[in-house]
Design a protein around this ligand. Structure first.
Ligand code: BGP
Length: 476
């Protein structure tokens, strides 16, 4: 009998971050503002101006990655660092920064896995034409992507296109700076997504054209959706929810067209994106080699009456359990809710390691393409003890069960390329500043006080070091 639960030789172990959440230097080195430099200015919370100061300390950070044993690192390239005005002249200091980072990684045996876009549309383009809302964004993204892919082609094999289109649709006003006049127009978020689908497909084509042996795929935020009960109606609701929240994206990436039931529902409700002739041909030409998944939790769905009020996903703004503001409701299609069988994090995210095995199996069966895990992790309040240690056993428990879940999927025959949990170091959370931490490395700062930004290894760092060294065999 073959070995149970074995990670393949050459498996990519690492961790992940994104540009605006770690770099800081928001207006240094020739960079101009992105929409995240504006969206993250919230009273009492850290913003992107200093973040984890990675821009200035990347060498120290890469040394810590090396010591951790990482052989891959997922990060993102800030469009506004390469093209401060979105298009036009490239910024030599920005271009050099990512060369230096990649060189440092490669010299330390770490495979760079860059993401082209992680929520940070240059403000210049937001001011010019409202960013992704306008189809011109696709052409400007192509200009940026072509430059970047060409520039770093010799250093990068695995390219990630756009981070979490699914989350951008769900939390569109937090991920994009939306002018007030569009705020009550929910069709806009599907239009933004359509433009991103085009940008994704173009990027895939560019990687195939410009990078010998290059592999490319999107990084999708993905929560499998279970029926709340075994009632046929709940099963139907779960299928509807999976179609609109999950396969709506993956069918475009791998089949080259929108999921039929989801698109029909949007059309009936006046929410479908406007398309142009040839758009779906482009989807097909811009095929993905793999799918990268960001996995934190699963969801459950139940029936939503036809006259239910449409609403988007809520979130828990306090970090006190039980304060989730509400759940997505699509009248006549589905309504999400709480899974009574699962524990949650302090921010009410359901903890479900088996959900990871479930989705890996499901997606591999549906599309027959390898998968990467480009995010997974436990957001928590961490405490820096007086002796300079951080005891994050809860994070170790979370990650351990999820790594076991990946091993199960591999053992079931699924091809998994990499595991890059969120996050390498503490960083600016998308909505909770530095209060909610994910890192293996603690950053000594708070929302209010920058302190010395010292890097401190948490217990999870030492634990993960052993996991990587044993290629995932020494889990207990
Ligand atoms: C993903 C994003 C990341 C990230 C993570 C955790 O959706 O790609 O950018 O921050 O979620 O989310 P949060 O910071 O809200 O806890």
């Amino acid at each position: 009998m073959k070995d149970q639960y074995k990670f393949p030789a050459g498996f990519l172990w690492g961790a992940a971050t994104s540009a605006y959440q770690v770099e800081g230097a928001a207006e240094e080195g020739g960079k101009k503002k992105s929409q995240q430099d504006i969206l993250n200015i919230k009273p009492g919370l850290a913003d992107a101006s200093v973040a984890s100061d990675h821009y200035h300390r990347y060498q120290e950070d890469v040394a810590l990655m090396k010591e951790l044993g990482m052989n891959s690192y997922r990060f993102s390239i800030a469009w506004a660092r390469i093209f401060p005005d979105g298009v036009g002249a490239a910024n030599p200091q920005g271009v050099a920064f990512y060369h230096n980072l990649m060189d440092e990684l490669i010299a330390n045996g770490i495979t760079p896995i860059p993401t082209l876009y992680h929520y940070d549309m240059p403000m210049a383009l937001v001011e010019k034409y409202d960013g992704w809302i306008d189809r011109q964004s696709v052409a400007d993204f192509e200009y940026y992507a072509k430059f970047v892919i060409k520039e770093y082609a010799s250093k990068v094999k695995y390219w990630l296109t756009i981070n979490e289109q699914s989350i951008i649709v769900q939390y569109w006003t937090q991920k994009c700076l939306i002018p007030e006049k569009y705020l009550n127009n929910a069709q806009i978020k599907y239009q933004i997504n359509h433009h991103m689908n085009l940008a994704h497909a173009i990027s895939c084509k560019l990687v195939h054209e410009l990078v010998p042996g290059g592999q490319v795929g999107a990084a999708l935020g993905y929560s499998p959706i279970y029926p709340l009960s075994s009632r046929p109606e709940d099963n139907m609701a779960a299928q509807n929810a999976n179609d609109l929240r999950n396969y709506f994206y993956t069918d475009v990436y791998f089949k080259g067209h929108y999921n039929k039931a989801a698109f029909t529902y949007l059309e009936k409700n006046g929410l479908a994106p406007e398309m142009q002739p040839g758009d779906e041909d482009l989807f097909k030409e811009g095929y993905s080699d793999f799918l990268a998944i960001n996995y934190y939790s699963s969801d459950v769905a139940t029936v939503a009456p036809e006259d239910a009020e449409r609403r988007t996903s809520g979130f828990n703004p306090t970090g006190v359990k039980g304060q989730m503001e509400g759940f997505e409701t699509q009248p006549g299609f589905y309504m999400l809710g709480l899974n009574p069988h699962l524990e949650t994090t302090d921010w009410d995210w359901a903890i479900d390691p088996m959900g990871l095995t479930f989705l890996l199996r499901d997606l591999y069966t549906r599309y027959d393409r390898p998968l990467m895990i480009t995010e997974n992790g436990m957001g928590a309040y961490d405490t820096l003890e007086d002796d300079g240690t951080v005891h994050d056993q809860y994070r170790i428990d979370y990650l351990k069960e999820h790594i076991k879940a990946i091993k199960h999927a591999i053992d079931d025959g699924v091809e998994v390329i990499s595991y890059n949990p969120w996050s390498f170091m503490d960083l600016v959370s998308t909505s909770n500043g530095f209060k909610k931490r994910y890192g293996f490395v603690y950053i000594n700062r708070t929302d209010e006080d920058l302190k010395d930004l010292k890097r401190i290894k948490k217990d999870s760092y030492y634990w993960y070091q052993k996991i990587i060294a044993s290629n995932g065999t020494e889990l207990d």
